[in-house]
Design a protein around this ligand. Structure first.
Ligand SMILES: Cc1cc2nc3c(=O)[nH]c(=O)nc-3n(C[C@H](O)[C@H](O)[C@H](O)COP(=O)(O)O)c2cc1C
Length: 184
């Protein structure tokens, strides 16, 4: 998974926790811009590195994940900046995040992109539409409110729960609609 320089580093941190709680091996790339945002929004970026099984320098374009021969179940980019979305949409692999995502596409493996930007311009929308047409799951960091969130953690867990749904991992991070309404 990768954390890029969009606001919402907390989503990435929570996803690492949730994956580790479920016994998933997590390989992490934190982009250079993300390090700044993490420091601003959360904490020292090194805390994230200590949570993952393996951490790659975003400038390391010879890391194992640059090759399709390195087997992974999928990749999540959370949060995803519009710059990273543009890089993937244009196949411009200028750092390890874009290259690893490009490999997911060429190997036809799951790629989940969690964009965070508002408002969106037509270039952002076109890039996301292009990725969606290539099979990428665009899962915006847009929490719902039907589960009656009370804390920021509840909002974060809603989005992280949606990512786990896409990965086919069981969780109770948010109350599903049928649970929230008692199945009525
Ligand atoms: C505090 C802060 C918040 C940012 N939030 C966003 C954001 O929500 N979405 C976005 O697309 N870019 C955002 N940016 C801009 C990106 O960090 C910038 O485009 C950067 O080049 C992204 O590089 P990366 O995708 O390699 O991490 C933010 C920048 C800063 C400093």
């Amino acid at each position: 998974m990768a954390i890029t320089g969009a606001s919402g580093a907390i989503y990435g941190k929570r996803l690492i926790e949730a994956l580790k709680e479920r016994g998933v091996e997590v390989h992490l790339i934190v982009s250079e811009s993300a390090r700044f945002v993490v420091e601003h929004e959360l904490d020292d970026p090194r805390i994230l590195e200590g949570m993952a099984d393996r951490v790659y320098d975003p400038r390391n374009l010879s890391a194992p994940v640059t090759s399709g021969s390195f087997r992974v179940d999928g990749m999540v980019i959370v949060p995803a900046s519009m710059k990273t979305v543009a890089a993937i949409a244009s196949g411009y692999c200028e750092n390890l995040v874009a290259r690893a995502a490009d490999v997911q596409l060429k190997e036809r493996r799951p790629l989940i992109v969690v964009p965070r930007e508002t408002p969106l311009n037509a270039i952002h929308l076109e890039n996301m539409a292009k990725l969606s047409r290539r099979g990428v799951t665009i899962l915006p960091a847009m929490p719902g409110f039907y589960h009656r969130p009370e804390t920021i953690g509840d909002l974060v867990d809603f989005v992280v729960g949606k990512i786990l749904d896409q990965l086919g991992l069981d969780h109770d991070l948010y109350r599903r609609w049928a649970e929230a309404t008692g199945g009525a």
